[in-house]
Design a protein around this ligand. Structure first.
Ligand code: HEC
Length: 126
């Protein structure tokens, strides 16, 4: 077996997925797109920013350690804070998919790389 194959197998076994990039890799991608530096304070401000149809806190609450509630369906949303929900912000595909949907429903547009970096930097501190 060639070394890259062995490395890939070990990666799959240890993470359960092939594609999932770490949060740091995702932030690095945003930097490569010209964004940064990122700040948790800026992310916190974006989280409750008014002016769109909804804020991020409408569904996810201002205290990220609490169970959220979907504004339309009423369904419970697991806490966003990694400190109480370690599964949070661990899968780049999942993160980007929900950024696409949520930025659209809250602000009526896509989030920029800067906003995503700030928000993820904020979430990871919670
Ligand atoms: C209408 C309700 C709603 C609003 C408003 C909303 N979200 Fe979400 N969000 C969800 C749902 C539902 C999920 C997917 C279910 C889950 O992750 O528990 C989700 C998931 C996410 C995830 C993925 C988390 C992870 O574990 O990777 C991120 C990041 C996120 N939202 C960020 C935001 C941001 C930033 C805003 C504000 C711009 C926002 N959300 C506004 C409902 C919402």
């Amino acid at each position: 077996m060639k070394l890259p194959t062995i490395v890939l197998i070990i990666t799959v076994l240890s993470t359960g997925t092939v594609h999932a990039a770490t949060l740091d890799q995702l932030l690095q991608e945003y930097r490569a797109a010209g964004a940064g530096p990122f700040s948790a304070a800026a992310g916190a401000a974006l989280w409750t920013r008014e002016g769109g149809a909804q804020t991020c806190a409408t569904c996810h609450n201002t205290d990220l350690r609490t169970v959220g509630k979907h504004a339309k369906t009423g369904k419970a949303i697991d806490p966003m804070a990694p400190s109480v929900n370690p599964k949070r912000i661990t899968d780049d595909y999942f993160i980007e998919k929900w950024f696409r949907r949520n930025c659209e429903s809250a602000w009526g547009r896509a989030c920029t790389a800067q906003e995503k970096g700030d928000i993820l930097t904020y979430i990871r501190t919670q």
